[in-house]
Design a protein around this ligand. Sequence first.
Ligand code: MGD
Ligand code: MGD
Ligand code: SF4
Ligand code: MO
Length: 751
Amino acid sequence: MASEKIAFRTCPLCEAGCGLAITVKDDQVTHIRGDMQDVFSKGFICPKGSTLKQLHYDPDRLLTPMIKRDGVHVQATWHEAWRAIEAGLNRVIENFGRESIGTYLGNPGAHNLSSMTFNRVLLQAIGSRQRFSASTVDQIPKQVSSGLMFGSPSSVPVPDLDRTQYLLILGANPYESNGSLCTAPDFPGRIEAMQARGGKLVVVDPRKSRTAEQADEWLAIRPGTDALLLAAIANTLASDGLQLAKQRLGNHINGLDQLVVALAPFSASAVAASTGIDEQTILRIARELRDASCAAVYGRIGTCTTAFGTTTSWLVDVVNVFSGNLDRVGGAMFPLPVAGSGNTHGEPGKGKGFRIGRGHSRVSKHPEALGEYPAAAMAEEIETPGAGQIRAMVVVGGNPILSTPNSQRLAKSFAELDFMVSVDMYLNETSKFADVILPPPSQLQRSHYDLALLTFAVRNVANYSEPVLPLGTDDLDEWQILAKLSAIVSGLGTETEVSVVDDLAIAGVVQSAVQDSSSNVYGRDVQQLIDELSKSGRRGPDRILDFLLRSGPFGDGFGAVPDGLTLDKLIAAPHGIDFGALEPRLPEVLRTPSGKVELAPPQLIEDLSRLSLLLLAQVDDSQLTLVGRRHLRSNNSWMHNIEVLVKGKDRCTLQIHPDDASRLGVVGESKVRVTSRVGSVDAPLEVTDSVRVGVVSLPHGWGHSMAGTNTRVAASRAGVNSNILTDERELDPLSGNSVLNGIPVSVTRIS
Ligand SMILES: Nc1nc2c(c(=O)[nH]1)N[C@H]1C(S)=C(S)[C@@H](COP(=O)(O)OP(=O)(O)OC[C@H]3O[C@@H](n4cnc5c(=O)[nH]c(N)nc54)[C@H](O)[C@@H]3O)O[C@H]1N2
Ligand SMILES: Nc1nc2c(c(=O)[nH]1)N[C@H]1C(S)=C(S)[C@@H](COP(=O)(O)OP(=O)(O)OC[C@H]3O[C@@H](n4cnc5c(=O)[nH]c(N)nc54)[C@H](O)[C@@H]3O)O[C@H]1N2
Ligand code: SF4
Ligand SMILES: [Mo]
């Protein structure tokens, strides 16, 4: 008789983390649907959720390591791969030192328990400061502003979606993205529930996105000017006296007077021309935020990936404070992550605070942020000779050749590397440069817990998934790959058992917890705790996760809290455990030296002078600016090899407003040439009034036509790479984040 089971697991593809119910017959996945009983997603999934099946069975997915021989990737055994890596990396280390090894960690690692627990080990083993990741083409500005204001880069306030009555969204499109830095399965449903209870949604976006279409009000802002808009909203609230904010938060804030003075130049009338939003509207939005029974401001990609990413992210929370909505039910609130995080460790209410610029990149002297340098600086660090020049790259779950600015320059530099390793399941635009590719198992063959994303969840929930399908006999789990790499690069040799690295990893985690006076295992014996954990037979990420759960805010503290959480208890709850709605956390959540919310961090106050220069800039709508967009059926660059997700009409089009199209004489063209300072692409034209005049939009993650890759479906609908146009010189100077939106471009006929 055929064996049939239904497995429950969290979808690891995006930040929403929906529960899936997966039917497995004789070790074959037959069907994937939403898990109706999931405590958080309650049955919701998007079209990507069910494609974990197609991903697993994708004939192009790598099942064995690949080694490049005479320029061509061929299948190899793990043993051959490890030997090649040892030889390649050792040669670079011996000749040029450890600093010459760069790393790039990609986005899927944030959704991957193995990477969340072992990437750190790998970085330590490599021992180089040349660290890069997708963070600097994404959310790092929000983490820097949160670090400076609240003392920890993990303390990112999220809109209390299920209870708010007014939501101001800037530069996010959760109807396509399903939300980011705000973990909320069925974000659209939660917005519609807000509207149904009489709440209002206002969307600020240069495009009439699907979220803007759903909004009660759409404000078509000029790209890159959100900081001005928010400064003017804050300024308006300040001139009204801030009674509400002082009454609610007065005891918890520092720097109010200084900030109010610094905001003076940014009146609603002063920013109207630059932002394209009229004075009366700005004044009204400010007062609506203040007068709503509760309200939240939320900004994402369109606010982070601009030249004022950090300042904009800060001003989002300044407005949350000024309207009296920070840390308030229905406002912007701090989650309490079940497995702990930077915002639960250390003495409650006080800490060492947060710093950037503890080092500077070698070539352009960009300040370090969160232990890394801007992805935009990777190419120059590879190209520029001298001590510390990158000669080898280790890329884990990243596709920077499509995801980071001035891709053509980066591709050229990757081609010049002495050695490269990719941990990736596809031979794609980035891994094609690797001397060795190490394939992780599929998403269905691993356990899962959203260590990173549940830190930003709109409810305090926990959900663990066991692997749905077993590893193949020759497969290694991703943590084992990372552990082996760590052993090799630290000189322990290819024969080292991964358990050696694993034991070091768990010891490090436990050690830091027993030294934390706020931890429920403070002062306990490290070995005793590890022995207790190891009784289950668990190893690797699961053992570490068990520890994080047990020592977290809801944990059993190894006996200290009798009813507390353990991994066993979580496994017994396959639809997850809901620890309830968010609760106010001020001042306990703070880790600033002052024990207050720092409203006026010096770097940010100083950046307001740079921002004021934007007010002087000539507004010129004939200069087109490029912004991006996401589509529900995409996932950055890497799911275009799944037929059901790419079929239908071409989505990689250049959207342009009809007025601009006629001004430029391109109305009837099927394709146009788009050119920026750094490059040029020919893209299909889509004339639509969903973009504002002066703005054109092209999605990122496409451009699958490079030779030497093997993603056949993606190649058949290649599209063009929008990051050929984005400029590696344009950065947010505080966080190092790339400017990926608001790129000056010209659009011309292809002669
Ligand atoms: N379907 C799908 N879902 C995804 C992803 C995906 O690729 N596809 N990627 C995931 C990842 S890694 C992330 S980080 C999240 C991102 O999630 P979101 O932040 O929601 O990202 P986008 O959908 O790109 O929305 C950004 C919006 O900003 C607008 N915008 C551009 N420039 C500006 C500007 O200057 N000001 C303002 N106010 N708006 C601007 C764009 O028009 C766009 O509508 O999505 C995640 N979810
Ligand atoms: N112009 C423009 N550029 C952008 C953006 C934008 O809005 N506009 N968005 C930016 C954002 S928000 C992000 S997050 C980045 C993403 O940037 P990246 O992280 O560099 O790129 P991804 O497209 O997510 O590619 C992920 C890679 O990991 C592989 N992979 C998938 N799952 C796994 C796994 O479990 N393990 C391993 N080892 N590998 C895996 C995939 O095959 C793929 O090669 O792109 C950024 N680039
Ligand atoms: S919304 Fe995100 S987490 Fe939910 S099914 Fe879709 S891809 Fe998966
Ligand atoms: Mo992202």
